[in-house]
Design a protein around this ligand. Structure first.
Ligand SMILES: Nc1ncnc2c1ncn2[C@@H]1O[C@H](COP(=O)(O)OP(=O)(O)O)[C@@H](O)[C@H]1O
Ligand SMILES: CC(=O)N[C@@H](CCC(=O)OP(=O)(O)O)C(=O)O
Length: 259
């Protein structure tokens, strides 16, 4: 029996969260956009972006210094507005423009929009105005994907009393992936995955990662990425990868099978 068009169930689309690191946002290639266009035909895609280098430049231009603890930027009160406006007012529209110039209709969002990322302070005494996401408006993300608008999310959150918070982009991507029950989470950065003593690592697990952090082989901005990645693997996200803009790199698995 053939079903009429209106009674046909809509095919379940995979959902994929892609985090674009600030380190590579200015170097996205045409190949990347074409690949994304193809992925969009089969999947709901949500983009989350960082903007570390743009924030560094904005802070330097206004004479502000900064400190990072394990890749997380300590954000004093005098820096939060500049950081948020760099992410929301500069990096986000730049990326939306890039997608649209390749024919991909995109919508720029930050954590305050439609309560997308309800947030709270991570640890105000240690990090200042840095947030952790407490709730994600997944319904809005689904609705946007359904109407073929690509959500492009800046990594800022908002507290219940309307304070903007700076959130690490890797953390935002991980929470959104978790809340969407994503099929895949990709961290796209300026290097083709994890490298240890010049060796490219194609597959790894939490045990190896913890050892490499301890030994200092994984440091800086790679720390929030691998932490977010291993958490998502533990939560059951089937595919978690840290990749360069060619989308090749390291796959993080629950437990590596040794041979
Ligand atoms: N073991 C490692 N393998 C690869 N990159 C590493 C490693 N340890 C630290 N890094 C650093 O992490 C950087 C990526 O993190 P980051 O600059 O924060 O990127 P993004 O802006 O994409 O989040 C790499 O460019 C590299 O300098
Ligand atoms: C709290 C915190 O660390 N926020 C990050 C937000 C931007 C970011 O994550 O940018 P990348 O993707 O380039 O790393 C920061 O201030 O740099």
């Amino acid at each position: 029996m053939t079903m009429s068009k209106s009674t046909q169930p809509t095919a379940h689309k995979k959902s994929i969260v892609i985090k674009l690191g600030g380190s590579m946002i200015n170097n996205l290639s045409e190949v990347f956009f074409r690949q994304l266009e193809k992925m969009q035909q089969q999947s709901h895609i949500v983009i989350v972006h960082g903007g570390g280098p743009a924030i560094n430049e904005a802070l330097a231009n206004s004479g502000q210094t900064f400190e990072k603890i394990n890749g997380i930027r300590v954000t004093p009160e005098q820096s939060i507005d500049l950081i948020a406006s760099t992410l929301i007012g500069q990096v986000n529209p730049y990326l939306v423009g890039e997608f649209q110039s390749f024919g991909i209709q995109a919508i720029g969002l930050n954590g305050a929009d439609g309560h997308l990322l309800k947030s709270d302070y991570l640890d105000q005494a240690q990090y200042g105005f840095v947030g952790k996401v407490t709730q994600v408006n997944t319904a809005m993300l689904h609705d946007l994907c359904e109407v073929k608008l690509l959500p492009v999310v800046a990594c800022t959150g908002m507290t219940d009393d309307n304070q903007l918070l700076n959130i690490n982009g890797d953390d935002v991507a991980a929470v959104i992936a978790k809340e969407l029950h994503a099929d895949e989470l990709l961290f796209v950065t300026d290097i083709e995955g994890i490298q240890i003593q010049h060796e490219k690592i194609t597959e790894t697990d939490q045990g190896e990662i913890e050892y490499w952090i301890e030994q200092g082989y994984i440091y800086g901005g790679m720390i929030p990425k691998v932490t977010a990645a291993t958490n998502c693997v533990k939560l059951g996200i089937p595919i978690v990868r840290i990749v360069g803009s060619s989308l090749t790199g390291t796959t993080i698995v629950r437990e590596k099978v040794s041979i």
